[in-house]
Write a protein that binds this ligand. Structure first.
Ligand code: 5AD
Ligand code: SF4
Length: 493
């Protein structure tokens, strides 16, 4: 929704009346209330108020943070990257224990900032808040926190923010689950030219190591109509690349009144004018259909990149993980995908140290890495998550053995990925320019369709444009390049 539309909507709201019970009208009522609270505080302090949103974790959280930012900005806050702000919110992750520890570590720092600025408000939300035990710990050891909420009621942020202004005690609002999807709330995008779009929420897979189904709830798909409408609006606003987001996009649409497959949704998205590139995340190998491979192969817009989490190459471990495919089925799937889309880049996630994993199992994983030759792989050490079936398994692997396996897997991944990405050397491919290079401002950074980065001489006017780049020099996971033929006429501003 455009700012003018939001302003017009807020103008009609009477704050002396009762808050509406339906959504999103209720949130717009509270957003107007927040505006008046922020304005009053601005007057008192004689300056604008600032807000900082810090994101931990995955692309889903990054998108949720854009929703939080949208509310804060509409409430009148100036967004900043500095934690020395008037409102600080941590959007947390809990997929592995080190994500939790990072949040606790940084909370101490927020406490010292709050002592310096007593007007400062601190909020926590996201996956970690849904975990049993977290709230008790925050109530006991982090009493300076003003607001805590979870993943299911993020749409209520305006209402919760208003109550932070109205009461002094810590506000805690955690829901067990929800079947609600609230549409049409403000969003503040990080990039003007690309955007994530939630197509579904939650996960029904219950991989035995994973906390996500417990903290994000059951699978719920947005209606194709709402998704298409959102993407059309983004395209009209200058977005050229979109990423469709879901914990397992391949099971999109199964619980809709009129079921639609993910491949079917992609066909519809492909028709939207102005969208040049379509990405998606994440695909579970067990649900990847032939229809999806066909749609990808024949598409001009779907990027040549598939993230296909392997987790383990050992069929025995995969079974214990409840992944519902075997090593052979995974390899056969990769072969089928590569036969249909030869230029596709495959990336993956791998866990080392799952309970009961032996060095022989790790060798099976290494065998798959060598056979598939992933373009990139995120390798994780197994982290025990309380409440998951794997946490109760007796045969947890010792740290020493895990470390050995992890190093070996990482080395193999790096060697094969390097060789795999290097094969693009000397080609001229299209890149979407994303930013000025941080180290060298004479360079810009572009992303190829297959997700590889290329740095090349250029100026900020290229940001958001798709240009042809000659891949001159391979530097290990990225390229140095040169722009070939300038900016296409149709894309000139
Ligand atoms: N320990 C380690 N890695 C995990 N992942 C999910 N749960 C755990 C865990 N308990 C990894 C998986 C998943 C990625 C997002 O995080 O590889 O694909
Ligand atoms: Fe976790 Fe498995 Fe669901 Fe992915 S598919 S979010 S790993 S339970």
């Amino acid at each position: 929704m455009k700012i003018e539309e939001i302003n017009a909507l807020l103008e009609d709201i009477d704050l002396n009346g009762q808050p509406p019970s339906e959504e999103p009208a209720r949130q717009y009522y509270y957003l107007k209330k927040c505006r008046s609270y922020v304005e009053a505080e601005e007057k008192k302090l004689g300056r604008k108020l600032t807000a900082c949103v810090t994101t931990f974790g995955c692309q889903m959280n990054a998108r949720d943070s854009e929703k939080l930012s949208g509310i804060l900005e509409q409430a009148g806050y100036v967004l900043t990257d500095s934690e020395e702000a008037d409102f600080d919110i941590y959007n947390t992750c809990t997929v592995r224990d080190n994500a939790d520890q990072r949040v606790y570590g940084r909370l101490g720092h927020l406490n010292s900032l709050k002592k310096k600025n007593p007007h400062m408000k601190v909020a926590l939300c996201g996956c970690m808040m849904q975990e049993p035990g977290t709230i008790e710990k925050i109530r006991k050891s982090y009493r300076f926190v003003d607001l805590v909420f979870g993943t299911h009621n993020i749409f209520k942020f305006a209402e919760l923010l208003a109550s932070v202004f109205e009461q002094k005690a810590m506000i805690v609002d955690i829901w067990e689950g929800t079947d609600k999807i609230v549409e049409d709330l403000p969003v503040e995008r990080k990039y003007p030219f690309k955007s994530g779009i939630n197509i579904m929420f939650g996960c029904n897979n219950f991989c035995s190591y994973c906390i996500v189904p417990y903290v994000r709830g059951r699978e719920r798909s947005r209606s194709p109509k709402d998704i298409i409408r959102e993407i059309e609006a983004l395209a009209a606003d200058g977005v050229v690349e979109i990423m469709l987001l879901g914990q397992n996009v391949n099971s999109y649409g199964k619980n809709l009144e009129e079921p639609m497959s993910f491949a079917g949704l992609l066909r519809e998205v492909e028709k939207i004018e102005g969208i040049e590139r379509i990405r998606f995340m994440t695909s579970h190998p067990k649900d990847l259909s032939d229809e999806l491979i066909e749609v990808m192969a024949s598409s001009k817009k779907i990027c040549r990149h598939l993230h296909l989490p392997l987790q383990s190459g050992s069929t025995r471990i995969l079974q214990a993980m409840n992944r519902r495919y075997t090593k052979e089925q995974y390899l056969a799937l990769v072969e089928k995908i590569r036969a249909a889309i030869p230029d596709i880049a495959l990336t993956t996630d791998i866990i080392v140290g799952f309970p009961g994993e032996t060095p022989e199992d790790v060798e099976e994983t290494i065998d798959v890495i060598k056979k598939v030759r992933f373009d990139n792989a995120f390798t994780f050490i197994y982290s025990k998550r309380t409440g998951t079936p794997a946490a109760a398994m007796e045969n947890q692997v010792s740290e020493e053995v895990v470390k050995e396996g992890f190093d070996k897997v990482l080395r193999t991944v790096q060697e094969t990925a390097r060789e795999q990405v290097k094969r693009l050397s000397g080609l001229t491919l299209e890149a979407l320019v994303e930013e000025v290079n941080e180290q060298d401002p004479s360079l810009v950074t572009g992303r190829l369709s297959n997700n590889t980065l290329v740095h090349f001489p250029g100026d900020p006017s290229l940001i958001g444009k798709i240009v042809s780049v000659y891949l001159k020099e391979y530097k290990g996971f990225y390229f140095l390049g040169e722009m070939a033929g300038g900016v296409p006429e149709c894309q000139k501003a």
